[in-house]
Design a protein around this ligand. Sequence first.
Ligand SMILES: [Zn+2]
Ligand SMILES: [Zn+2]
Length: 263
Amino acid sequence: MIEEFLIGLPKGFAQAMMMNGTIITLAYLLVWKLFRIRLARARIPAKERVDAKQIKSEMRNALLSLAVGATFGSVMMVLNLHGYTAIYTDIEGHSVVGIVASFFCLMLLDDAWFYTVHRLLHHPRIYRYVHAVHHRSVDVNPFSSLSFHGVEAVLSTLWIVPVAMFVPIYAPVLGVMQLVGLVDNVRAHLGYELYPSWWNRSPLAFMASSTHHNMHHGRLTANYGNHFRIWDKLLGTEFADYEATFDEVQRRKQAPLAATSVA
Ligand SMILES: [Zn+2]
Ligand SMILES: [Zn+2]
């Protein structure tokens, strides 16, 4: 078992590096470099504070987060090989509707777990030991999306092991979840608001925008959800002026380029 784990670990790390590295770097190059001028009005914070030192430190933390992710991946692979998980690869006997529904349920569960761990890590007695690492990034960018303390990386991934042991999950659903989770995490830390102005007045309003998580990094005391607003709304932890701030960002997006405060 240990041998299988050790063989799977570097492979999982290389795959994680490739997938995460490609998506994060691509988002950074496209949004922060190539279309920087064109997207200037969509920039969320008025003042730019990102420097090379911040990005270097975020990259270092991201490597640790990826190593934690690869460790969990290898553990899951070994558990699966020995029949300890409920993961299945043969679709026969399972409905497509059920599989699609399981994806949405797992995303909701993922966000509920993230919300719980995130709120816990903001407790004043423990905040500075773990979660403060993530909040060193005030002006967030795609590289901030994996910049976590190792303990936080472990805590936020932990839920998937017991769930995969007891809840039947179609294997590709796990892969899609990983990809969607990563892309949406980059969206949360994009630093630019790319959602259209009607977003919060549409049925998609339950999905958090970049402004939602940007406000969390700016003020720390609310907006704890990552993918969705559902848990913040239910538990009364969404900034009261979130929608007004989103609308304000949208107004800036419509303004002439010269009127924006982004250099
Ligand atoms: Zn964040
Ligand atoms: Zn936080």
